[in-house]
Design a protein around this ligand. Sequence first.
Ligand SMILES: [Zn+2]
Length: 247
Amino acid sequence: MLQSIAQDILSYTRIFFNKNNELKSIKWMNRKALPNEAYCPTPIEHIANIITHGIWVMPSIMATMHMLDRAHTTPQYVSALVYGATLIFLFSVSTSFHCVFYCNKHRNLKDVLHRCDRGMIYIFIAGSYFPWLTIEQLPNEGWASSMNWIVWVMAFLGIVYQQTFHEKYKTLETLFYLFMGIGPSLTILTEHLISGITELSIGGLLYVLGVIFFKCDGVFPFAHAVWHLFVVMAAAVHYYAVLKYLY
Ligand SMILES: [Zn+2]
């Protein structure tokens, strides 16, 4: 047992040291992927990708428990469960995908998790809207009144599209993420004023800035890990707003 742990640790340190225990020159970045293929991160980029989402799995479970603690009404309980679950799944699916990708042993599992990781983005966007469309009183007419189910239809269509054209037309898919993230919020805000607009806009802006890094794999090192950090910051701002205005 101890020997196998020692071997594991040794195999991980080989990223940094060669057989003579001399510090290796670290490869910070691989070449940019061709249009219809996925970027292949270097070992150090893989580790950064795992850590930047992995450390948020436990805090998102605690965040969900905290919302459940503060809930008094049924919409608050339901929102805590739905929004909390999407937070937990976003970080745990992403971390699982990046771990399996790094191990590079289970290609099929990696492909399934990659599809789930991308699909989770649509579910997470719908989940982030959920408390605002469930706890807040929506208007009786107009697009905003139906937005609580429209976002889930968008998530469903997004996932169908993403599963059908996985890793093809990637720029179009990014535009879908942006459309689903921004479109409903503009509709809601033009028809109906909700509290927390400043925080929600800051969070939204962080997601949009993050997308720039999402598209920069192979342009500079750690671009995907930086994208992860923008997701973390944006999700934290939105969570803060949910707690402040809805619980
Ligand atoms: Zn990722």
